[in-house]
Design a protein around this ligand. Structure first.
Ligand code: ASP
Length: 582
């Protein structure tokens, strides 16, 4: 056989020539003496037809018995299709007049048709994901992700970064989630942990003198799963020595601009920056969707004149009355519908004020007069929807997102945002202890504040930042602590005794003792980045074999029971009561 040609390589130069193709058979149709099918290879698909009048008996038998998804090689003549046919069922510019064909593998009939996957339920698709991946549209997303990582790598290589792999079997150093652990055979009763991220490794590498590090790193976090989370994932992990926040921002912005240019979409840089306080105030979220023009405004002052008990009581309790204005005069039934949706999200109710010409419609109109309405700067055909509550009410965030989508207000394709000026710690009122707002290796703006004697570390600003794209957090980073006293003080505030610090982070503190340059970095989730840039809601589609929301792998059926002999070798016995029959 002659050299293989890929579908993507077909061009006018080959028109009328005999060529060899390999691939899968797709959508066989018979029309009199003609057998049509698509030949699908890794690069695309092309229409093929065989005319039984041209075939000898043996060839005829082969073509007659072809089935969808047979794997073949074939020879045929490339034909340019007449312009008026290009728009038929098959939209291709060329087709192949088949001359010879061999079936390499017949294979079993797949459990569903490759182009009818939408009719198949999730669990079957998960189990037979390898069949689903034969669908071009499904495979396209995986290839899209592959291209993104290619251009990310190209960018960082062009900027003289070193791609450095760090180990996956490490010591348990939790970063906020639970670790996955791996028992050791050689060291009975001891365990490795899978990294939640290469955070400590990349910092140690800075201490070794690698100034520009990146890696597409596998990370593992044993968290309660949510729809858009996976227990294992890849992130673009970056770290640099002798760097300030602004240089990290521009490095990442340039990387996105480069990737966007290569992939054919516009990404405007630099990305805007807003402080954590500002986003919480204006959007009630630390990851606001900036395609949404709606903002939250505080109207507590205007409401303070209303002689209504629950309003006055709320204001006395320090609650705020905040509202979102939309450029639509909502009808009573529209407001009712929104109220019902908000109640399911935990809202007590909904107050609305709308204006049509000079008449106002207000939920509490009995208590309001003209001067009250005048206080709102409400134009004709506008409505404000109010919520009473604490400052960062999650209902307001929900309402803003809901209104933006429901009333088609989103503008722009890719809206990035840096959220900056985060606090260093969050205080857990239930557990009565401080927790890192990001992770414990984040540098405070002013490290001296850690040593104040007040015992209050709630408002210490940090040098952490998050990158948001269209309302999703792509990832976060920070300038890191590089002085041992500061690091130990942070551990202390987090409640880690000297012994626990040694036990968990001794190796890291030892490395820091010998000197870490000032450094900082960031990590961005690859599947999420791919999904949003592709315009898709689910990260699942960008993972070849994703786990279910309960963390099981439908392909391999893991997690699964381990044979007793193997467990014995590891000196592990399973407690009966805790064994999970599933
Ligand atoms: N290690 C952090 C994470 O994985 C990111 C960073 O600070 O670089 O979330």
């Amino acid at each position: 056989m002659k050299d293989r040609i890929l579908v993507s390589e077909l061009s006018d130069v080959l028109n009328g020539k005999n060529i060899v193709l390999y691939g899968f058979i797709d959508s066989i149709r018979k029309l009199g003496k003609l057998t049509f099918f698509y030949l699908r290879d890794g690069s695309g698909k092309i229409q093929v037809f065989f005319n039984s009048a041209d075939l000898n008996e043996k060839e005829y038998k082969i073509v007659e018995h072809l089935r969808n998804e047979n794997i073949i090689n074939m020879e045929g003549i490339l034909r340019k299709r007449p312009k008026n046919q290009v728009k038929n069922i098959f939209k291709g510019e060329y087709e192949i007049e088949g001359k010879a064909l061999d079936i390499l593998i017949r294979g079993e009939v797949p459990p569903f048709e490759i182009d009818k996957i939408n009719e198949i339920n999730e669990s079957i698709r998960g189990r037979f994901r390898y069949i689903e991946l034969r669908n071009e549209k499904v495979r396209k997303k995986i290839i899209f992700r592959s291209n993104i990582t290619r251009y990310i790598r190209e960018y960082f290589y062009s900027r003289n970064y070193n791609e450095i792999e760090t180990p996956s079997l490490i010591k348990s150093t939790p970063e906020g989630a639970r670790d996955f652990i791996v028992p050791s055979r050689n060291y009975k009763g001891k365990f490795y942990a899978l990294p939640q991220s290469p955070q400590l490794m990349k910092q140690i590498l800075m201490g070794s003198g690698f100034e520009k590090y990146f890696q597409i790193a596998r990370c593992y976090r044993d968290e309660d799963l949510r729809a858009d989370r996976q227990p294992e994932f890849s992130q673009l992990d970056v770290e640099r020595a002798f760097i300030e926040e602004s240089e990290i921002y521009s490095e990442i912005e340039n990387m996105f601009a480069y990737t966007g240019e290569k992939m054919g979409f516009d990404i405007n840089i630099p990305f805007p920056q807003l402080s954590y306080d500002e986003v919480m105030e204006k959007y009630a979220s630390d990851k606001p969707d900036m395609r949404n023009p709606l903002v939250i405004e505080d109207h507590t002052v205007q409401f303070s004149v209303l002689p209504i008990d629950f309003v006055q009581k709320a204001i006395k309790e320090g609650k705020k009355i905040r509202g979102i204005k939309i450029p639509i005069c909502l009808s009573g039934s529209q407001v009712k519908k929104i109220e019902a949706i908000l109640k399911a999200e935990g809202a007590k109710g909904l107050i609305s004020l709308s204006r049509l010409n000079n008449s106002y419609n207000f939920t509490l109109s009995k208590f309001a007069d003209k001067s009250f309405y005048d206080g709102f700067d409400l134009q004709n055909n506008e409505t404000i929807l109010f919520q009473i509550g604490k400052k960062n009410e999650s209902v307001l965030n929900f309402l803003r997102n809901y209104l933006g989508k429901e009333y088609d207000l989103l503008k722009g394709v890719f809206k990035f945002l840096w959220v900056v000026d985060f606090p260093l710690f969050e205080y857990d009122e239930d557990e009565k202890k401080y927790k890192p707002a990001h992770h414990p290796f984040t540098m405070p703006v002013n490290p001296e504040q850690l040593f104040n004697k007040t015992g209050n570390y709630k408002d210490i600003p940090s040098r952490a930042y998050d990158l948001i794209l269209n309302g999703s957090e792509l990832g976060s980073g920070s300038i890191r602590i590089n002085k041992i006293d500061t690091q130990k003080r942070v551990f202390e505030i987090l409640g880690l005794s000297e012994d626990i610090q040694r036990e968990r982070f001794g190796f890291f503190l030892d490395a820091m003792k010998y000197g870490f340059p000032p450094h900082g970095g960031i990590a961005l989730g690859i599947a999420r980045m791919a999904a949003i840039l592709y315009g898709c809601d689910s990260i699942h589609d960008f993972i070849v074999f994703p786990k279910t929301t309960s963390g099981s792998c439908p392909l391999t059926n893991s997690p699964s029971v381990i044979e007793k002999d193997f467990l014995d070798e590891l000196s592990i016995s399973i407690k009966k009561d805790n064994s999970n029959e599933n």
